[in-house]
Design a protein around this ligand. Structure first.
Ligand code: NAD
Ligand code: IPM
Ligand code: MN
Length: 359
């Protein structure tokens, strides 16, 4: 049976970058006779404008039935003042939770052509290839109680709860160890166990799970040190496994090592390898509508989708190679521009990837 994808363009630069990813999808679908079909649904601010909620039932139903989902990004100043429970970001969190997409893979891989675009010295980042495995449906993002309340003295108090059960830690640890087995066989678990009980348990459970993977070396680091080490000597890392909030922060930081946040794709997987694929960056309201956003993180997310959910590894490799060839040609969006290269816009970058695939 043919496989179906739901595209969620979202807000801000979302529609611009998803349009380029869709061109790439059309090209590989024909070139590799994949027989894929897809349709668009609304998520985030776009869904609020049309239906009053960030995740309409029709979108959730379509996402449940689909073999994979490709998302641009959601959110923006237009929706920042509305009631928190129906903001665009809540739609994204809800779809992740409803589909049980607990394993968020964020690979930070430096294309050698972009060594000059990284904010770190080329010798620090050349050859960089690390994978952040972020727990995505638990932790402080979802813990109860949460809210903003008024104290007796009239003062407001904001509160959230960082909470992980053993089973949640166990399943993400297995994902990290199994991925490490196919890589350099090293897992670093990032915690703040010196202060937070929830991450003390995290550290214990990851250590217990590691006994099932004697071929993988496990080490631990506090998150503050990990943040420092990521910019000091990022090549020491192979797989980094961590909770929802630390993973969110460390992956944006790791993105910059690869030249730009516009280069980092991601996969959010359930237990069966069904997944939602999206760039790690957001809707970039500051550059939306200008045609200058980098579509490569979204295009590389299509490659991850073909590999992890759609059983088309050759098409995935072809996309990654095509991105390499476009970078070889010297084409750069503004975020990865450096002297001696050619600045192009979003559409020209997408067209160049399609041409490189076809050629
Ligand atoms: P952001 O990632 O949208 O932007 C941060 C900076 O990176 C901006 O200067 C932006 O122009 C730049 N940038 C991001 N993507 C780029 C690209 N593809 N090409 C070139 N430059 C790029 O983060 P933010 O500004 O903190 O958040 C903006 C909105 O996006 C907020 O509403 C936030 O909640 C939302 N957000 C959504 C997602 C998502 O949908 N997965 C992720 C992060 C942030
Ligand atoms: C991301 C984003 C989201 C997150 C927001 C928009 C809810 O920053 O995908 O990294 O924090 O997970
Ligand atoms: Mn983020």
């Amino acid at each position: 049976m043919s496989q179906h994808i739901v595209l969620l363009a979202g807000d801000g630069i979302g529609p611009e970058i998803v349009a380029e990813a869709e061109k790439v999808l059309t090209q590989v679908n024909e070139q590799f006779s994949l027989g894929l079909s897809w349709n668009h649904e609304l998520l985030g601010g776009a869904a609020i404008d049309a239906h009053g909620v960030p995740l309409p039932d029709v979108t959730l139903d379509a996402a449940r039935k689909a073999d994979a989902i490709l998302l641009g990004a959601v959110g923006g100043p237009k929706w920042d003042a509305i009631e928190r429970s129906i903001r665009p970001e809540r739609g994204l969190l809800k779809i992740r939770a409803e589909l049980n997409l607990f394993a968020n893979l964020r690979p930070a891989l430096l294309y050698p052509q972009l060594a000059a675009a990284s904010s770190l010295k080329p010798e620090i980042v050349s050859g960089l290839d690390l994978l952040i495995v972020r727990e995505l449906t638990g932790g402080i993002y979802f813990g109860q109680p949460r809210g903003i309340r008024i104290l007796e003295n009239g003062e407001r108090q904001g509160f959230n709860t960082d909470i992980y059960s053993e089973s949640e830690i166990r399943r993400i640890a297995h994902v990290a160890f199994q991925l490490a087995q196919k890589r350099n066989k090293r897992v670093l678990s990032v915690d703040k166990a010196n202060v937070l009980e929830v991450t003390e348990l995290w550290k214990q459970v990851v250590t217990e799970v590691s006994a099932e993977y004697p071929d993988v070396a496990l080490s631990h680091m506090y998150v503050d040190n990990a943040a420092m080490q990521l910019v000091r000597a990022p090549k020491q890392f192979d797989v980094i496994v961590t909770g929802n909030l630390f993973g969110d922060i460390l992956s944006d930081q790791a993105a910059m090592l690869t030249g730009s946040i516009g280069m980092l794709p991601s996969a959010s997987l359930d237990q069966q390898k069904k997944g939602m694929y999206e760039p790690c960056h957001g809707s970039a309201p500051d550059i939306a509508g200008q045609g200058i956003a980098n579509p490569l993180a979204t295009i590389l997310s299509v490659a991850m989708m073909l590999r992890y959910s759609l059983n088309a590894p050759l098409a995935a490799e072809a996309i990654e190679a095509a991105v390499g060839r476009v970078l070889d040609q010297g084409l750069r969006t503004a975020d990865i521009f450096s002297e001696g290269t050619t600045r192009v816009g979003t559409k020209a970058m997408g067209d160049a990837v399609v041409a490189a695939l076809a050629g």
